[in-house]
Design a protein around this ligand. Structure first.
Ligand code: ADP
Ligand code: MG
Length: 273
């Protein structure tokens, strides 16, 4: 049983304060959803947790079983058991998924001989075409394939805590179900703790959150149980409509219209493709 504790976390980028004091405690096996309008700081939180360069932490602490994560370089945080599924997984030319996981296993003192079979099994589980496994990481993959790819990495690496930044974006209905089911299963299979960042409730149908938090202007302004996600789907982020997003527009005061839900959108369209 492990615990990830985020206390009073504050961070800035390019001279702007983005995170203004985040408190969150996640235990093994728990799923915490962080929802919020665009520009509220969700991706920033995920980047700061894993130590992406460019962010300045101006206050607070992040510990994993008491160990100070903020003092460690990203690779050491990963070895300590943190995993990040990126909102926009980057292309790494010349390096395949198998290479990446093999090196991760080696670095962590695990037997890399197990990687091949594990990758094949996990790819089948989330419906990732095995022909894509030899390709350079994320190169020429659609948005949906990238998210499945992230999920395969997660499942093979078996971290203690996964921060998943909009793992649902770009996924069609079937892929969404496969990915969210896989992550949900991990919470019991290897007691994974999850910080699931999402704009939409649809991810949380299969990946059942124990706690739901609303992030607005870099602060958690509300926390509740799964019912809070359902409420947000009805009301949108109207309560926090004074938030200004990247485009300088006021945050959505409308109900959260999920472009993937219902009959209006083509469920097979891949907006990241
Ligand atoms: P979310 O993921 O909730 O949509 P982000 O964490 O991506 O929000 O962004 C939060 C705020 O930080 C936004 O106003 C965004 O414009 C700003 N921001 C993010 N990255 C940078 C950057 N590299 N330089 C300047 N501002 C940034
Ligand atoms: Mg984001």
């Amino acid at each position: 049983m492990s615990t990830l504790v985020i206390e009073g976390l504050q961070a800035r980028i390019a001279g702007r304060d983005i995170l203004r004091g985040i408190d969150l405690t996640i235990a093994s096996g728990e799923v915490h959803a962080v929802m919020g309008p665009n520009g509220s700081g969700k991706s920033t939180l995920s980047h700061v947790l894993l130590g992406r360069p460019g962010y300045e932490v101006t206050g607070g602490r992040v510990t994993l079983d008491g160990e100070d994560m903020l003092a460690l370089p990203t690779w050491r945080r990963a070895q300590a058991g943190l995993f990040l599924g990126m909102q926009y997984p980057i292309e790494v030319s010349g390096v395949s998924l198998g290479d990446t996981l093999t090196e991760s296993f080696r670095a962590g003192g695990r037997d890399p001989a197990a990687v091949g079979a594990a990758v094949a099994g996990e790819a089948a589980r989330v419906g990732l075409d095995s022909r894509l496994l030899d390709r350079a990481l994320n190169v020429d993959l659609s948005g949906g394939e990238r998210k499945r790819n992230e999920t395969v990495q997660l499942a093979v690496l078996r971290p203690r805590f996964a921060v998943l930044d909009e793992i649902d974006s770009g996924l069609d209905v079937d892929a969404l179900r496969a990915v969210s089911r896989r992550v949900e299963a991990a919470t019991t299979e290897f007691d994974l703790g999850v910080l699931a960042i999402t704009h939409y409730t649809r991810l949380l149908r299969e990946l059942r959150p124990d706690h739901v938090h609303v992030l607005s202007k870099g602060r958690i302004v509300r926390s509740g149980g799964p019912e809070l996600a359902e409420e947000l789907e009805r009301t949108g982020y109207a309560e926090w409509a004074d938030v200004v997003d990247e485009g300088g527009r006021a945050g959505s005061a409308q109900p959260v219209v999920d472009p993937f839900a219902g009959h209006l959108a083509d469920p097979f369209a891949d907006p990241l493709a």
